[in-house]
Design a protein around this ligand. Sequence first.
Ligand code: ASP
Length: 325
Amino acid sequence: MTKALSNPHLPFGDQRTAPWYGKSILTVKQFNQDDLKYIFEVAHEMREMVERVGTFDLLKGKILVNLFYEPSTRTASSFTAAMERLGGSVIPINEVKYSSVAKGESLPDTVRSLECYSDVIVLRHPEIGASALAAQYARKPIINAGDGIGEHPTQALLDLFTILEEKGNVDGLTITMVGDLKYGRTVHSLSRLLSLYDVKLNFVSPEILRLPEEIISELESKGIPIQEYALLDQALSESDVLYVTRIQKERFEDPRDYENVKGTYIINSQTLASAREDLVLMHPLPRVGEISMDLDDDPRAAYFRQMEYGMYVRMALLAMVLGKA
Ligand code: ASP
């Protein structure tokens, strides 16, 4: 246990010495390996505490705003669960059409208003860079919960935590990401985060959904071995982790393009016949047919465990930015 957790009622002065106190989380580019080690240590402690006592008062009296301009099941509810497990409370704004946004209010104004009532704002928005823009105006920490096709840093943190929990280490692994690598923000964040380690990355997608050139260059400049494929079976047998993603229908400009690529990759027990026995099968969810339900009982299917890990990671992040870890 860290001092912060064993003594949840830190004197006010101590909060300000916590390294992440008051910081926004906007992109995975903010983190180095030491930061990740620290976040995951705190996440482990959160898990222990949840298993032992369920809910505790580390963030009692703190208020989070969940400001969602795009749909969400897991991210919004796991931030809510995380905050409530820590004794704090949540203002949910997930239907911006019922808020002043529908009257034309700008993002900076919405954020500057909501921070008057809260201590931290979790923001999901359809535009790249929206969280960074919000953070320029906000006095309170902003946590990027997805900025269009940009990044989804807290998802990448929980994805990496999942890999560590399931495999015990990251260095030396071959990780294959399949599906919509162009619009999938979780892939953008996760591949960047993995580039801090000694990994091999395979990217499997239809031609029109390849990983953006900018990210490929970033990975190459860090010396990460990369291979791109159109067919999954070319990469599957050597993979330690298979990270499956949904084709992001809502992001396509031309619906015919979506029709041409939907259902390109469907993972079922037959597909996994050529995969390793100790493969870790992940998906940020929601799945819309990419992973057949008959794999759900396969011990390699980690996607529901991945969701649970997400709550511990988000508890750790909230405690950190609110000065309690
Ligand atoms: N839930 C993830 C996201 O918000 C993945 C997805 O929607 O496909 O990016």
